[in-house]
Write a protein that binds this ligand. Structure first.
Ligand code: CA
Length: 216
């Protein structure tokens, strides 16, 4: 099993460090963003398993981060960790697509259990999906004929489906990041989606963008 990657979005540095300490001790890899803009950039370029999201951030509300992630079709589990304890705040968080909400001050032990539970649930979801799609979806040949992809583009599409960023694709294929970005752009265009997060579904035989729109 690969190491699970967690993005911590927190501008109070001692809280961020405490979170990092607890999560890393449990074997997770962590990334830290202290601003909303940085969080969105990281969520876009890295394959993450979970986001722990503070709401009060210097540049923009944490809700904005969550909203934009969901708009992009990014369904990474999000746990809001905030000092805001009003019911209205929690309701807003869940309506925007949060998976859990913990108020500060928090118990590290409980938080770690909630993180583990969320990761377990999302692993189950993925496994159930794989089971419902035996054979793992479209073959390389089907991808070439259905979408007009070249062999190279099939390779890129598979990497996108695994959640790799342009930088990671560039490293894997030993090309420049600029080239990887170009490839990604052409593959997404041929697949008929603007969202990298949709590629996995499309490769498993799902419709390009309809599913997301239906949830709006
Ligand atoms: Ca804060």
């Amino acid at each position: 099993m690969t190491v699970q990657r967690i993005l911590i979005v927190e501008d109070t540095i001692d809280i961020a460090q405490a979170l990092q300490h607890h999560l890393e001790r449990r074997g997770y890899e962590t990334f830290l963003a202290t601003k909303a803009g940085q969080a969105l950039a990281l969520a876009h370029t890295h394959a993450l398993d979970l986001v722990v999201l503070d709401l009060g951030l210097p540049d923009r509300d944490g809700y904005g981060v969550l909203e934009q992630m969901r708009e992009r079709g990014d369904n990474t589990p999000v746990l809001i960790l905030s000092g805001r304890s009003e019911e209205a705040d929690k309701v807003k968080g869940f309506r925007l697509g949060a998976d859990d909400y913990v108020t500060k001050p928090f118990s590290a032990l409980e938080l770690m259990e909630r993180v583990a539970a969320l990761l377990r649930r999302s692993a189950h979801r993925l496994a159930a999906h794989a089971e419902a799609n035996p054979g793992g979806g479209l073959s390389d040949d089907e991808l070439r004929t259905r979408f007009g992809l070249t062999a190279r583009q099939v390779e890129i599409a598979r990497l996108l489906a695994e959640g790799l960023s342009n930088a990671e694709i560039a490293r894997k294929l030993v090309v420049s990041e600029h080239t990887a970005r170009n490839h990604t752009y052409h593959v997404l265009t041929k697949l008929g989606t603007s969202k990298r997060a949709r590629v996995g579904t499309i490769l498993r035989g799902g419709a390009p963008d309809r599913e997301i729109d239906a949830h709006r």
